[in-house]
Design a protein around this ligand. Structure first.
Ligand SMILES: [Zn+2]
Ligand SMILES: [Zn+2]
Length: 229
């Protein structure tokens, strides 16, 4: 079946996202736009994913995810079949993360929000920093937990695997790469790689319409992870 997805959306937990990127606002906007599956992928954290899953209920599938910034300053989208696996991965990230304190005036707030859209906390450490794990180590930790890594916005001139390394190491075995919506150039002629575009939305209006599709066996996290792997 063909499903409409947007697998890269930031909630108000990311300092760079707007404060109205609450679990309910994101879910309602995605439902309104007719999407089948979305992923909330905050920088090095996942505190609002559970609330989004609760807010969505049976209306929309939320693929548990996170956007990690590796030691090489490469953004990697990490997706899991279930919230428990994502939370276990998050404790690994915490263990390898020593960031300075966030300055909300300068970078923005990092809000933890529950399924009723109530602010229940704020992350203190600046989430837009690198963790102390290499790309290879992130891939290992994600796959160990049944997840998949998709290098983010590979066409961008910063924080992408191509901008930082200049190439995509074949031994890492990536099968899907994310490109920006505006990407028009051909990155590779290698037809073994799939390209997926997402919004990388930091505000509600930027969430995709039905325009980015995946072909999966069924509408489930397992099936999507399989497709991206
Ligand atoms: Zn990014
Ligand atoms: Zn992002």
């Amino acid at each position: 079946m063909r499903i409409a997805v947007d697998l890269h959306i930031h909630s108000a937990l990311s300092p760079c996202a707007q404060n109205d990127m609450t679990p309910n606002n994101i879910v309602n906007m995605a439902v309104l736009k007719g999407l089948d599956t979305i992923a909330i992928t905050d920088h090095n954290s996942c505190d609002n994913v559970g609330a989004a899953i609760a807010a969505a209920g049976s209306r929309l599938l939320i693929l548990p995810g996170m956007e990690v910034q590796s030691r090489e300053e490469v953004h990697l989208l990490c997706y899991f079949t279930d919230l428990a696996a994502l939370n276990r991965f998050e404790s690994v990230v915490r263990h390898h993360f020593q960031a300075p304190a966030n300055d909300p005036q300068r970078f923005g707030h990092q809000l933890i929000i529950n399924e009723r859209d109530e602010v229940v906390g704020e992350k203190r450490e600046l989430l837009i920093s690198s963790i102390d794990l290499s790309i290879e180590e992130v891939v290992l930790e994600v796959r160990k937990r049944g997840g998949v890594v998709v290098p983010a916005h590979v066409d961008r001139p910063s924080y992408s695997i191509l901008s930082q390394l200049g190439f995509i190491p074949p031994e890492l075995g990536f099968n899907t790469l994310e490109v920006s919506k505006s990407c028009s150039g051909i990155i590779s002629h290698d037809n073994k790689i799939s390209y997926l575009f997402s919004s990388d939305a930091h505000c509600l209006a930027d969430i995709l319409e039905r325009e980015s599709f995946l072909f999966v066996g069924e509408l489930s996290s397992n099936s999507i992870i399989q497709r991206l792997s």
